[in-house]
Design a binder for this molecule. Structure first.
Ligand code: GLN
Length: 316
């Protein structure tokens, strides 16, 4: 029996509606499967745990470095693993240049920055959110061990070149000196290791860097030189620190602006690790001395902005 034209049109309309509904349903299903949105960043790890990507720049031991097998190591690595364990999430570490860390966090390439980063730097607080602080630091000047003319930053002269790592508070300080005509040039380099090599080769006359990292470099260089020295021979590191700590920095862990959920987890983890002694254990492993009350108190003190140039508060 021939179907009337009108019945055919009605049948076709109904078929199209059913098709559209089916396609929509299929799309919703596929989106749910791939996660999408924020969940994408913290793919599910072991036992369904969230996995957060932690960015760091690994020429910065004892905080961030590379082990013999190429793995990332340091205080920041152990601290983030311990916070994850305490708060029920896994972490993966991503090796990035220091000046690339904040952009990587802002674009979602990473979820966290743990890289000896000064959380009291005003402009950074406009770009990311920082956790409670976990380490008191400050900047120093390093020179070649046989240098007898530079005893502090005040002895730098307009014919000198000073190296510092890109994107850091040290680079800010070196560039300010150059702008003021107090040095000839601020040589801004990717890694602290390269800066120290240029100092040893006298390509630059000083390096501005974080005190604990410069001290760790000196101690490591001395230990290595001792291995090759003759029995009883006194060896020196190729560089030395001159003058006092020049400012006050407090390292913090950074998350994307507004990611309160992750920030709360990190702060809760930091507090628990301080209370249960795990932070002190990590501190001693990497800093090589026991954490004092003053060292530990930074974790629960106010995160209100402190002027890093207020040398009064400079790290001890
Ligand atoms: N503490 C310095 C800063 O925050 C340097 C950090 C680093 O080089 N990893 O700028």
């Amino acid at each position: 029996m021939r179907m009337s034209y009108f019945r055919k049109v009605r049948k076709m309309k109904k078929f199209k509606k059913v098709l559209a509904l089916t396609l929509t349903f299929a799309m919703v299903l596929s989106l749910a499967a791939c996660g999408g949105g924020d969940d994408q960043k913290s793919a599910s790890g072991s036992e369904g745990k969230d996995v957060y990507k932690v960015g760091m720049e690994p020429t910065f031991l004892p905080f961030d470095g590379t082990g013999d097998n190429g793995d990332l190591i340091g205080l920041d690595v152990d601290l983030m693993k311990a916070i994850g364990e305490d708060q029920g999430f896994d972490v993966e570490f991503v090796n990035l240049s220091f000046d690339g860390l904040v952009p990587a966090l802002q674009t979602g390439q990473i979820d966290i920055i743990a890289s000896g980063m000064n959380a009291d730097k005003k402009d950074r607080n406009e770009e990311v959110d920082f956790s409670n602080r976990y380490y008191r630091s400050g900047l120093v000047v390093a020179v070649a061990n046989d240098n007898t003319t530079i005893n502090s930053i005040n002895d730098l002269t307009p014919d000198m070149k000073v190296a510092a790592q890109t994107g850091t508070t040290s680079a800010d300080m070196a560039e300010k000196l150059a702008k003021e005509g107090k040095i000839k040039e601020a040589v801004i380099l990717n890694g602290v290791d390269i800066a120290m090599m240029q100092l040893i080769n006298n390509d630059v006359q000083a390096v501005i860097n974080d005190r604990p990292v410069t001290q760790y470099y000196i101690d490591t260089q001395k230990k290595n030189a001792q291995k090759d020295a003759k029995e009883g021979e006194e060896v020196e590191a190729p560089v030395k620190i001159v003058g006092d700590v020049m400012n006050s920095e407090r390292y913090g862990i950074a998350v994307q602006k507004g990611n309160k959920e992750l920030l709360d987890k990190i702060n809760a983890g930091l507090k628990n690790l301080k209370d249960n002694g795990k932070f002190a254990e990590i501190y001693e492993k990497w800093i090589g001395q026991e954490a004092t009350e003053n060292d530990l108190s930074v974790i629960t003190e106010s995160t209100d902005f402190v002027d890093p140039d207020d040398a009064e508060k400079a790290a001890n």
